[in-house]
Design a protein around this ligand. Structure first.
Ligand code: MG
Length: 234
């Protein structure tokens, strides 16, 4: 459970989502670079969804912990990557939400880091669950900006970057998403019920790169802020 302040009032909001639904391959240039991590990569014709469990959540300033037990696999090159993403926090329960009604289900936005263990992601042919859901593999924050706030009336206009130790690794704009936020909310709610507090991580642009203990990673989204975390070894 993580508490984040609202950007407008400072009021603390407890994030205790029933689920975190992440979207894979939602930026074209990231689809291309993903050929190195995945066995099959094509431009998606409908959203690629996977789950991250709520144990991944870490607040601003909390460490990203690289697990120790994965060393037992003796991967030639163990690789844990950052993925900067815009997170959407859901305001109310919904099923079969129409695209035209989708923003009425958005409480607000924040930064998210979809930390990913690439070797485990690739090894688990049954799905991405394990490689995406280690404890602390979902830093979130630093604030929640409410939908409709000034400058964020349209969330598809925001510059998004990721820096590691001050060096820019990812730089894009949320306009580049393949499936828009209304399209994602409509598609996801056709599959299952979205609950108040659920989080949708909307995908990452190109430039993902490895993190090692000692690194500082910063996800920055225009008009939201900077989510900063340090990487440590378990
Ligand atoms: Mg991702």
């Amino acid at each position: 459970m993580i508490e984040l302040p609202m950007s407008n009032s400072g009021k603390k909001i407890t994030l205790n989502p029933s689920k975190i639904i992440a979207v894979g391959l939602n930026y074209r240039d990231h689809v291309k670079e993903s050929a190195q991590f995945l066995t099959k990569v094509e431009l998606p014709t409908e959203p690629v969804l996977f789950a991250k469990t709520p144990n991944v959540l870490a607040g601003p300033g909390q460490p990203i912990v690289i697990p120790a037990h994965t060393k037992e696999y003796k991967f030639p090159e163990e690789r844990v990557d950052h993925e900067c993403e815009l997170a959407v926090i859901i305001s109310k329960r919904g099923r079969h939400i129409r695209e035209a009604d989708a923003f009425a289900h958005v409480f607000g936005y924040t930064c998210f880091n979809d930390v990913s263990h690439r070797n485990i992601q690739k090894a688990d042919t049954s799905g991405w669950f394990r490689g995406k859901s280690f404890d602390t593999f979902g830093p979130i924050g630093p604030v929640i900006v409410p939908h409709g706030a000034q400058g964020i009336e349209n969330p598809h206009t925001l510059n998004i970057t990721c820096k590691v130790n001050g060096v820019i690794k990812q730089s894009a704009n949320t306009a580049d998403m393949i499936f828009t936020i209304p399209a994602l909310i409509s598609y996801i709610s056709k599959q299952l019920t979205l609950e108040e507090g659920d989080i949708i991580a909307t995908g990452t642009p190109a430039g993902v790169s490895p993190l090692v203990p000692g690194d500082t990673v910063e996800v920055e989204i225009e008009r939201i802020g900077i989510l900063k975390n340090q990487v440590i070894a378990e």
